[in-house]
Design a protein around this ligand. Structure first.
Ligand code: ZN
Length: 449
């Protein structure tokens, strides 16, 4: 069986990156104004927009459904929220920023003193121009977030607080898109889609996942790919509870988030630490920029926490640029459409394609002539300077592939051991397959089947 080679974009040029980056950015811009939460119409609207790009299947899980130690919460929706001063002027208005209302705020409509109001206000004094992003999913309360500058202007007077929200039995929604591959072994790509107007933490992961899915859907990949767009934490817990019987098919996985800022890449390994996905992403990052970082798993962060809980221990890592909490804009109104840029999104997308390309092509082979070196000259291999696509052949790569193809070393292992780029190793393996000097274990298995 010859794997279909996905385009290997490690060396893609700047115009390709920026063209893709622009598309990624456009999707982010379209999703940005929506007030999302872990449940509700904002999340559904987000899934509907994603459906314009990929045929996402949507799921609705009723409030009260038991999912392991958790319960699917009530559904939250919001129409409007404001604070009016005694002159009737709106001094804080949800229409200007959906971060102004605490996500999951219960409804309120009353007059309050300044002292009482202050108990329900949240600001970031260190960044007085920014609005914080706050949630209260599991403790019913009402509140507003505002810039510290706005806060400092408050006078000792009576205020009208109004939040037109609802918190009622409903559903938790999520979206799933499955691309069948040649094998039933799966690659899980997961991103949270529950944050309101926040670009890097949330929308960057969504847009890259959408375009990665779009790209992969043009091929019949080796692996099957499952893309899920879920609310953070409760979404992955719900998804794992519903799909518990099928998760053993997941052989590799990535959580995508914070991929649109200017920071270097950070890869957080799966809990296993030595999964193939960990090795591949580490390899891709080590080959691009010395500043990129690979860090060990820790039980905080995004949905990898659930995938890597001990009862699942799935080989799922998390790809980011700047990690959450490491940039001051994190969970504030400054994580906006200026904070993410097409160029960085494009680079992140390219990185994902490189990772997937290696994953798709990373096989172990058998040298069909393992007793001493095969006579390459006799087969015309010394004369073959180029492969069928006219790319220059690396003869050392041929010798490395022949020597290490004993069924144990994958092409990535060979690339790492030899110091030769993965695509040259892959190219050498393709030539050796064509000259009948190499065979894949998968091929033998399929023939016997
Ligand atoms: Zn977040």
């Amino acid at each position: 069986m010859q794997l279909k080679t996905l385009p290997y974009l490690q060396n893609s040029n700047n115009s390709e990156i920026s063209q893709t980056g622009e598309k990624l950015y456009q999707l982010i811009s379209e999703l940005y104004p929506i007030c999302r939460s872990i449940t509700g119409n904002g999340f559904r609207k987000t899934l509907n927009i994603i459906q314009k790009h990929i045929p996402l299947e949507t799921h609705e899980i009723p409030t009260g459904t038991q999912v392991f130690d958790w319960t699917v919460p009530k559904e939250w929706n919001i129409n409007d929220a404001y604070i009016k001063n005694s002159q009737g002027e709106k001094i804080v208005d949800f229409a200007n920023s959906n971060l102004h209302a605490i996500n999951y705020s219960i409804p309120v409509d009353k007059k309050v003193s300044l002292a009482e109001l202050k108990e329900h206000l949240f600001t970031i004094p260190e960044y007085p121009g920014w609005i914080p992003y706050r949630t209260s999913y599991y403790q019913e309360m009402w509140g507003f977030c505002l810039s510290h500058n706005q806060y400092l202007q408050l006078q000792d007077e009576e205020y009208e607080v109004y939040i037109d929200s609802s918190l009622e039995p409903g559903y938790l929604s999520y979206g799933e898109y499955f691309i069948p591959g040649k094998t039933t072994d799966e690659v899980l790509i997961s991103c949270h889609a529950c944050h309101p107007s926040l670009c890097n933490d949330n929308l960057s992961g969504i847009s890259i996942a959408v375009f990665l899915a779009k790209h992969l859907s043009q091929f019949t990949p080796h692996y099957s790919y499952r893309f899920i767009f879920i609310p953070g934490t409760i979404g992955s817990i719900t998804w794992l509870a519903i799909n518990e019987k099928n998760v053993s098919a997941i052989k590799h996985g990535l959580v995508l988030t914070c991929l649109g800022d200017s920071g270097n890449f950070t890869y957080k390994k799966s809990r296993r630490g030595d999964a193939e996905i960990d090795n591949i992403v580490s390899y891709v990052l080590s080959n691009s920029n010395q500043q990129d970082k690979v860090i060990d798993f820790f039980p905080y962060g995004y949905d990898e926490r659930q995938y890597c809980s001990p009862g699942f221990n799935l080989p799922v890592g998390c790809l980011m640029r700047s990690p959450h909490n490491s940039f001051p804009e994190y969970h504030t109104s400054a994580d906006d459409l200026n904070f993410v840029q097409p160029q960085y999104l494009g680079e992140s997308f390219t990185k994902c394609i490189s990772i997937v390309s290696i994953l798709e092509n990373n096989q172990a082979y058998y040298n069909k002539n393992p007793k001493c070196e095969p006579q390459l000259g006799k087969r015309g291999l010394y004369e073959a300077d180029t492969d069928s696509q006219n790319r220059r052949l690396n003869r050392m790569a041929i010798l490395w592939v022949l020597n290490l193809s004993d069924g144990d070393y994958t092409l990535l292992d060979i690339a790492k051991k030899s110091g030769i780029a993965f695509d040259e190793i892959k190219q050498a393996a393709d030539v050796l397959l064509r000259y009948d000097l190499l065979t894949s274990s998968t091929e033998n298995e399929l023939e016997n089947f």
